[in-house]
Write a protein that binds this ligand. Sequence first.
Ligand code: PLP
Length: 383
Amino acid sequence: MEKRFVYADNAATTRVSDAAFEAALPYLRENFGNPSSIHSKGMAASRAVLEARQRIADAIGAKVNEVYFTSGGSEADNWALLSAAQAGARKHKKHIITTSIEHHAVLNTCKYLETLGFEVTYLPVSSEGIVNVQDLKKALRDDTCLVSVMLANNEIGTLQPVSEISVLCREKGVLLHTDAVAAIGHDEIDVKTLGADMLSVSGHKIHAPKGIGFLYAKRGTPLCSMINGGGQEKGLRAGTENVPAIAALGTAVCEACSDIKAKNEYITPLRDMLIDGLLKTEGAYLNGSRTMRTDGNVNISFSGVEGESMILMLDMNGICASSGSACTSGALEPSHVLTAIGCERSLARGSLRLTINEENTAEDIRYMLKVIPEVITRLRTLR
Ligand SMILES: *Cc1c(COP(=O)(O)O)cnc(C)c1O
């Protein structure tokens, strides 16, 4: 089999799509105006921002004034949590519920809020990585101001029962935030059926550039001031808008949210072919759920191998993959998500995450199924 280049790390970041790139270009060149300027160049830019906001709102079933642009998923997560915490503190409600498998943008904001006197409950998850709704119900208290549960996990792809959780939160009058960064484009998102008050999305995971994202906040949700300055984003997130990136994001969100069924029907069989093939290797274990899983996510642990060496050797063979999440793979500590699902330390360190998308082909899968077992065997004999 001929050597190929296979990018299978789409949960770390994606290629900017041609349409998103084209959407950004006019705002880097002829339409370079500042959206706050009232002349024609300014108006062209402000129209682009409004149009992107409208397209995003339509794609997720929101209203145009419920979409706030941010620098990405991390900022949207920070903003949601800090907002709910500030509003909660005013009513002496300083308890937050989240899960042990959230992205660090949520977990480390919770850690920060703990230093300000908030109490945080980190819910455990099942061995498949799913939070138990009854556990959440029991954790809700009179002083709970926020529940934050991700829609899909970025490492093991598990889908969380967020709409069920929203019913409990509504009954209790508790704000609900969901990090939808790893879910958008893989699952239909309608903020009304989901019932979340706040939802975070990042551009670069769905073929927009890095450094752009948005926070959906339902009308009436108390948002704090994230950046003080001018009147952008209703005066809550000041700073001249990143117009080219916003235009690209509008296009990328539209593309991500259209034909999801067709994409699922293309990607899921490829993912299953990859999982089934890799599980034939001796000492291979699937992390996460077989069914409650995003379409492109594969996460498998191999006994007796070290993640970093596996990634480097795969790279030499043209395969871009990841071990744990990109944010934690620099550190030697096993991923907090794999730890939370009870994956033992040595297996957690031998984990391989492959995240494929609509750009991958069956030929890519066959290539990975040939190369990966060879690499595993080689690494085991080198030990
Ligand atoms: C990537 C990611 C983020 C962070 O988004 P950035 O735009 O990189 O800041 C947050 N949550 C999840 C689940 C992610 O996968």
